[in-house]
Design a protein. Structure first.
Length: 307
C-alpha cells in the first residue's frame, strides 16, 4: 500500500551555523561577531517544513549522517510534521553543514559541505518512489546529481508536477531542466543558467524567454526585494515583493518554494501561488532564525487579508 502525500521534497538536510556580524571580514582578517548559533537547515528540509507549516501532507527524501547532528535534525523535522520515514542515515559521511554569515542588512553569504546529502543513490530514490505517491515534487540541487535526476525522472513517470529550485548555483546542471515543469531561479542562478544579468523587469523577461527556449515551460525569476517575474503560457506577469525590513534572508528562497507549491495545490494558478509565496517569504525575512521563522498558514492569510 503506497503512502500518499500532497508534496514530496527531495533535498538536503543540514546543520547551519549562523554568524551575525556587522561586517564581513576582509581576506585574512579576524573580527568579532555579534552571535553564533546552530540551527536546522538545508534547502530540502526548509522547503518541507514550509509545506508542512502550510498544512500540506509532506514527506522528505534526503540523508543525514549517523551522528548527533543528524539525530537532532530528524527529531526537529518530526516535530514540525514532516514525514522523515524515507530519510537515509549514512554511515560513511557526516551530516551536511553550512556556515552562513549575516550582515546588518540581513544579507547572507554561505559556505558548506554537502556531507551525507551527496550520498543518495539512484537505487535509493527508485526504491522509495515505489513506496509513495504525491501531487507535486519539489527538488533543489544540493544533493547528489544522480538523486536529483532519478527523482525528477521517477516523478515524471508518475505524472507528478515537478518544481525545480535550481539552488545553489554551484549545483546547477543542465541535464535536469528537461524534467522540470516549473523552475524558480533567483538572480544569481538565472545568470548561471542563461548568462543574462537580471537587473530589471526587461532583463528578467529576457531570461524567462531563454529558459523557455531551454525546454522549461514555466518559470518564476526571483529578484529578491524587487519582486518576481512569472512566465506562464508565454505571458509575463510581474509580482511585487511585500515591503519588510529584512533581518535574516537565510532560507527565504526555500520558504518561497515551499509556499508556492502549497498554494499551487490549492489554486492551480501560478500567479496566485507566487503572490502567496511572496508574502510567506517576506514574513520569513522579517524575522531572525531558520525554520522557526517560517510563517504558519494563518499568518500568511492574515497578512494577505490586510492588504
Amino acid at each position: 500500500m503506497k503512502k500518499n502525500y500532497d508534496i514530496l521534497v527531495v533535498g538536503s538536510i543540514n546543520m547551519d551555523v549562523i554568524v551575525n556580524t556587522d561586517r564581513y571580514p576582509a581576506y585574512g582578517d579576524t573580527v568579532f561577531c555579534n552571535s553564533i548559533n546552530m540551527t536546522p537547515g538545508g534547502k530540502g528540509a526548509n522547503q518541507a517544513v514550509t509545506a508542512a507549516q502550510l498544512n500540506k501532507k509532506t514527506a522528505l527524501i534526503g540523508a543525514v549522517g549517523k551522528d548527533s547532528a543528524g539525530s537532532q535534525l530528524l527529531r526537529n523535522l518530526e516535530v514540525k510534521n514532516v514525514d522523515v520515514s524515507h530519510v537515509l542515515e549514512v554511515e560513511t559521511s557526516g551530516t551536511g553543514t553550512f556556515v552562513a554569515m549575516i550582515d546588518v542588512r540581513g544579507e547572507n553569504t554561505m559556505v558548506g559541505t554537502k556531507g551525507a546529502n551527496d550520498h543518495i543513490l539512484r537505487k535509493d530514490i527508485e526504491q522509495i518512489f515505489d513506496q509513495l505517491d504525491a501531487k507535486i515534487l519539489l527538488v533543489q540541487m544540493e544533493t547528489s546529481k544522480e538523486s536529483i535526476l532519478a527523482a525528477m525522472q521517477e516523478a515524471r513517470k508518475r505524472k507528478m508536477f515537478v518544481i525545480l529550485d535550481p539552488a545553489p548555483a554551484d549545483g546547477i546542471f543542465e541535464e535536469a531542466f528537461q524534467y522540470a515543469d516549473l523552475i524558480l531561479p533567483n538572480k544569481q542562478e538565472t545568470k548561471a543558467i542563461t548568462g543574462i544579468d537580471v537587473v530589471d523587469r526587461e532583463t528578467a523577461l529576457q531570461a524567462a524567454i531563454k529558459l523557455k527556449e531551454m525546454g522549461i515551460p514555466q518559470s518564476v525569476v526571483k529578484m529578491a526585494e524587487n519582486g518576481s517575474l512569472v512566465y506562464h503560457n508565454d505571458t509575463p506577469t510581474y509580482i511585487e515583493a511585500i515591503k519588510v525590513q529584512a533581518v535574516d534572508t537565510v532560507g527565504a528562497g526555500d520558504c518561497f518554494a515551499g509556499a508556492l507549491a502549497s498554494s499551487l495545490l490549492e489554486t492551480n494558478d501560478l500567479v496566485e501561488a507566487v503572490k502567496f509565496a511572496s508574502v510567506a517569504a517576506g514574513i520569513k525575512v522579517s524575522r531572525s532564525g531558520g525554520q522557526d521563522a517560517i510563517p504558519s498558514l494563518q499568518e500568511v492569510l492574515s497578512y494577505r487579508s490586510t492588504c
